[in-house]
Write a protein of this length. Structure first.
Length: 288
């Protein structure tokens, strides 16, 4: 994110994203603040032939930069899920959860002369809004926290959370959040060791230091199921979880297991909100 602006849609050196700001807000039923995510390609590209039309304000081309489009697509697939997930976690509290709603997407280039170039085949894009008022200082702190969370939010780790955020079907949404919890639990557990993390939770008498340590280490290393590993992560790593969160996990796991075994589950019994809240909590979203 090279630049950000919270209350408008226009900023230099970016082009104007809409011609009539007030009408755009009305048509989209939108209110500020807005988040703009800006991706800049790794190097400049040159236009050789093809369709080109110049106006007083900008240049239009038609599908003239296929390699640039590929780089943009790869970046969106690799990095955007982590950014949106991290922002959702850090802008949310467990009681007031934020949803980033896509509003638009724009692909453009800036020439050496400073003219704006649009490739006509690339006209859709992503912006988001939240409904709760936030101060600029508060947003700055939360954006900085989001940056700190990004290293662990790899594509594989957060793709299910990201998919759930954008899913309309409640059952798929529930499964997306649970799959995220499952993947994140396994990835977190793999960072733990008995010697550095788990051993300190046991009071092993000196007379059994060797065999007692081996006994408890086997308990730790034999943890293979998602329930076993979730408990270990809650004890050793996720310091903000409590007994109610363990109960919540076991509840939504039972629902997931019923779905996996082909049993019918009513939409009203999906515990979707609990699955999302637990996902946010293990990622560090605060209570208030």
């Amino acid at each position: 994110m090279s630049q950000r602006k919270y209350t408008g849609l226009n900023t230099n050196p970016w082009p104007k994203l809409v011609d009539h700001y007030n009408q755009w807000q009305k048509d989209n039923k939108a209110l500020p603040p807005y988040l703009i995510i800006h991706f800049k390609e790794s190097f400049s590209r040159e236009l050789n032939g093809g369709y080109r039309q110049e106006t007083d304000e900008c240049i239009f081309t038609y599908d003239a930069f296929p390699d640039g489009k590929k780089e943009i697509k790869e970046w969106e697939e690799d990095r955007l899920p982590g950014i949106i997930t991290s922002l959702t976690v850090n802008l949310s509290t467990l009681d007031r959860q934020v949803e980033l709603v896509p509003m638009g997407r724009s692909v453009f280039g800036i020439t050496k002369k400073g003219d704006t170039l649009f490739d006509l085949k690339m006209t859709t894009s992503a912006v988001g809004l939240v409904s709760s008022p936030r101060s600029i200082n508060n947003l700055d702190d939360q954006l900085n926290s989001s940056i700190g969370l990004l290293p662990i939010l790899t594509k594989d780790v957060c793709r299910n959370f990201y998919a759930a955020l954008n899913e309309l079907d409640r059952m798929k949404k529930f499964l997306g959040y649970f799959q995220f919890i499952e993947r994140f639990t396994h990835s977190t557990f793999k960072t733990l060791t008995f010697t550095n993390d788990a051993k300190k939770t046991f009071e092993i008498p000196n007379r059994l230091d060797v065999q007692g340590s081996k006994f408890f280490e086997k308990m730790f290393t034999d943890a293979k199921t998602i329930s076993q590993r979730f408990h270990w992560c809650a004890v050793l790593e996720w310091q903000n979880l409590d007994d109610d969160d363990i109960k919540c996990f076991l509840e939504i796991k039972k629902i997931r297991d019923r779905l996996s075994h082909g049993e019918h589950v009513e939409e009203s019994d999906l515990s979707l909100e609990k699955a999302k809240t637990l996902s946010l909590k293990i990622l560090g979203a605060p209570k208030i």
